[in-house]
Design a protein around this ligand. Structure first.
Ligand code: AMP
Length: 117
């Protein structure tokens, strides 16, 4: 698999501040935030798109969800955040290393769904 910017961030080749790190994933601030809190949870093992995940990845996918909750709690936004995965270029995916977007700090109520993030 071709390495991506997130592969390089996870490996340390490109420096980034990890807001959270455990054995399986890291969390970083998005470089182009779409909300006051916009954090990416990135697995250390690269999976290009969610649809490329296999049965073997089940535990990792669950782990990422739990990590997202921990990061949201750590950032004090656990009462109101949105979790997004873009799958494929047509859905806005630009980095082909699976990641979860955590967005918080602005309204997401009814009528505020415009734009995916
Ligand atoms: P997606 O469009 O779902 O693939 O999300 C990729 C996200 O990565 C975008 O929101 C970008 O702003 C973000 N991004 C790209 N390069 C970096 C970087 N070096 N550090 C942090 N975020 C990045």
């Amino acid at each position: 698999m071709t390495d991506t910017i997130f592969g390089k961030i996870v490996s340390g080749e490109i420096p980034a501040e990890f807001l959270y790190e455990d054995e399986h994933c890291v969390a970083i601030n998005d470089i182009n935030p779409q909300a006051p809190v916009h954090v990416l949870v990135i697995p250390k093992r690269a999976i290009a798109r969610l649809v490329d995940a296999q049965a073997d990845d089940q535990a990792l996918l669950g782990h990422l969800m739990l990590a997202a909750g921990k990061v949201a709690s750590q950032l004090g936004v656990d009462d109101a955040f949105r979790l997004i995965v873009n799958n494929g270029a047509g859905a806005g995916q630009t980095v082909f290393h699976l990641h979860l977007h955590i967005l918080a700090g602005r309204g997401f109520a009814e009528g505020q769904m415009a734009g995916f993030k």
